[in-house]
Design a protein around this ligand. Structure first.
Ligand code: T4K
Length: 369
């Protein structure tokens, strides 16, 4: 039987008519961007959903993170993880800061608090952990370290929209959190992102940094860039937010089918949701340990041969990128290296049919020698 290709993810979209109704007023107003009504409405709704006082929307998550680092006036070293997407480290480096890499935990792949403190020195200004795959970092231990040393904590929460600890959202931890609303995320605005924060002074600063540093009709106080979310993206967000609960419910069914099947395969390590955490089922990482009977790359090839396209999020480690290899040493983060060499993120999206999950798991199982 002929099957259509299956990609690692597929964007969630509202009904066409729903989106058209949402953008129709833009044809009347002719206001297409620069913090218009859709932008303002999305900010209000996201504040409510995330339970935060402070939010600023951005054109994408990466620029949101860069602007947060700028607006917080950071200088010096930032302790972070090498097990992430390029954006996290690039934001640090592009803002003139120096990344210092700490290792990750073997159970949830987030920054290991035990590895942070020995790396802190007089030049350290911040910690930038990543809630990777939507797994929440050890936020209490990280905050305790930051408080002891007077450091800022900025979370890369690109994967963690819709993740809650009790009734507290992932947006509430540290000084600030960046979310990505990219097309591939659990909640998307086509391209988009946000910074959530506690210090009310950051609102004005972030809104100015993302708008060329303009502070008044005839004043420009900062050397800012242009990182505003436009009205069409905000409208997509307003539509997608209405369906988020259902999307996450559908992802849950997909994840549970995967876990049920993969748990029967010794050496295929999955990560079940953390205790006390409401997950968002953003990704479906599987670590193929040496006893599995096939390498990660062999499993990947077997799936590709059937037009199924998983991804090696996150391989290579950031510290092994061509642009960083000469400056950093991956052997200093052995856990991250181990996971990065063995992890495969399998297709995961709300509309993935359970029969397709079964087919994927059959191919994974058959890849063993
Ligand atoms: N921090 C972390 C930890 C991140 O993971 C990311 C982004 C960021 C920061 C930065 O946030 P943004 O600035 O992007 O808002 C994708 C995404 O582009 C990227 O947003 C994401 N992380 C990263 C993990 O994945 P690629 O290069 O792997 O995407 P691509 O184009 O290969 O797409 C993957 C699959 O998704 C496709 O095979 C099909 C599907 N897809 C893709 C697009 C573009 C859709 O269904 N619809 C689409 O519109 O980076």
């Amino acid at each position: 039987m002929e099957h259509s290709p299956i990609w690692v993810t597929r964007s969630s979209m509202p009904d066409f008519e729903e989106y058209i109704a949402e953008i129709k007023p833009l044809w009347e107003s002719h206001f297409l961007t620069n913090m218009g009504v859709k932008h303002q409405e999305l900010e209000v709704q996201l504040k409510r959903f995330l339970g935060v006082e402070g939010i600023a929307l951005f054109v994408n998550g990466h620029n949101a993170l860069e602007c947060a680092l700028e607006a917080m006036g950071l200088h010096g070293k930032v302790i972070t993880t090498p097990f992430t997407f390029s954006s996290t480290t690039h934001a640090i480096v592009r803002k003139g800061l120096t990344p210092v890499f700490a290792d990750i935990k073997a159970d949830d792949y987030t920054l290991d608090p035990a590895c942070i403190e020995p790396l802190i020195d007089d030049e350290t200004c911040a910690i930038l952990p990543v809630h990777v795959y939507g797994n929440l970092c050890d936020v209490d231990a990280i905050q305790a370290i930051a408080d002891r040393h007077g450091l800022k904590v900025i979370y890369d929460a690109a994967h963690a929209f819709g993740v809650f600890r009790g009734d507290v959202s992932a947006a509430s931890f540290g000084d600030a959190s960046m979310f990505s609303f990219h097309a591939t995320k659990v909640f998307n605005t086509i391209e988009g992102g946000a910074v959530c924060f506690h210090d009310p002074a950051l609102k004005e600063l972030l809104d100015q940094w993302k708008n060329f540093g303009i502070t008044g009709t005839e004043t420009v106080e900062y050397i800012g860039g242009n990182a505003k979310m436009n009205e069409f993206c905000a409208a997509m967000g307003l539509c997608n937010l209405r369906h988020l609960d259902r999307e996450i419910e559908k992802r849950k069914a997909v994840a549970e089918r995967y876990w049920e099947r993969l748990e029967q395969l010794p050496g295929a390590v999955i990560s079940r949701p953390q205790e006390g955490i409401t997950p968002n089922y953003a990704y479906l990482p599987v670590v193929f340990e040496d006893g599995f009977g096939a390498t990660r790359d062999e499993v990947c090839e077997a799936l590709r041969a059937e037009q199924i396209y998983p991804r090696k999020y996150f391989y290579p480690l950031v510290t092994d990128y061509d642009c960083y290899r000469d400056r950093f040493d991956s052997s200093l983060s052995p856990v991250a290296k181990h996971v990065s060499d063995r992890v495969l993120t399998l297709p995961m999206f709300a509309d993935l049919a359970l029969e397709d999950v079964d087919r994927i798991c059959d191919i994974v199982a058959a890849a063993r020698h």
